[in-house]
Design a protein around this ligand. Structure first.
Ligand code: DGL
Length: 270
């Protein structure tokens, strides 16, 4: 059995990169639903249906465990899949997301409990970060801001152009207007780590900017050590297979923005 990593498109490769760095021995399947991305502006029902199709595909392809690297899918589909679908599909399989592991460590990162979260419209509208933070931490102020222009800038490889800076600065300024006291900024979208350096230019020096890859990799390491019944089913060939619902040549080319290795993706239909 393998570990599946699912994203609406390329962004989840930022999560896969850190998972494979931390746990290089296992076999992985990465799936990008590039033909139907972006998910960030889609309704709850559509994100849920698309994500469920992807999870079923990854299970059929031999994944014991699927990580929803996509924040939008984690926000809109994870809970329903875990609670409603998994018991019927196969109660021994697991689906995990990226929001709870991120929220879990916020109290160790922030000194004043003022946290900013930037993400897609869908993730922000779900208020998942706020809801989970209220469950896990007392007295934490979460300010949530959708940055709908950031994913298109990355997907179109425009991040080094002056027009991109305008939109990066715009949302950073809006976040600081929402809460001038934030000392932690969560990049709650798979793509945003690619903007890390530019966001840092527009944030005060005391604000820690949190990309999720390492957090998710740490959380998965911990999960596997606490669940030997899952861990022992996963094969150890050190391979990564890439699947995309779009043109594989296009996937291979754009994946190089996210991963420092050669990618040879296979096309699938969901
Ligand atoms: N993967 C999505 C997320 O992390 C961003 C891209 C999209 O909108 O599909 O929310």
């Amino acid at each position: 059995m393998k570990i599946g990593v699912f994203d609406s498109g390329y962004g989840g490769l930022t999560i896969l990169r850190e998972i494979v760095k931390a746990l290089p021995g296992y076999d992985y399947i990465y799936m990008g639903d590039n033909a139907r991305a972006p998910y960030g502006s889609r309704s709850f029902d559509v994100v849920y249906q698309y994500t469920l199709q992807a999870v079923r595909y990854l299970f059929d392809a031999g994944c014991q465990l699927v990580i929803l690297a996509c924040n939008t899918a984690s926000a809109k589909a994870l809970r329903t899949i875990q609670q409603r679908d998994l018991p019927d599909i196969d109660p021994t399989r697991r689906v995990l997301g990226v929001i709870i592991p991120t929220v879990e460590c916020l109290d160790k990162i922030s000194r004043n409990n003022h946290i900013g979260v930037v993400a897609t419209q869908g993730t922000i509208d779900s208020h998942s970060y706020k809801i989970e933070a209220e469950k896990l931490h007392s007295n934490m102020t979460i300010s949530e801001l959708a940055c709908p222009m950031w994913v298109p800038l990355i997907e179109n490889n425009e991040i080094d152009n002056p027009g991109a800076e305008f939109f990066i600065q715009k949302y950073c300024r809006m976040m600081l207007e929402m809460d001038p006291d934030i000392d932690t900024l969560v990049l709650g979208c798979t793509h945003y780590p690619l903007l890390y350096d530019k966001i840092a230019e527009f944030m005060p020096d005391n604000v820690r900017i949190i990309a999720q890859g390492e957090i998710v990799a740490r959380s998965l390491t911990d999960y596997l050590s606490r669940h030997p019944e899952i861990e022992k089913t996963i094969s150890r060939g050190g391979t990564v297979r890439f699947l995309t619902s779009e043109n594989p040549e296009k996937f291979n080319r754009l994946a190089s923005l996210f991963l420092p290795i050669e990618v040879n993706a296979e096309r699938i239909s969901l």
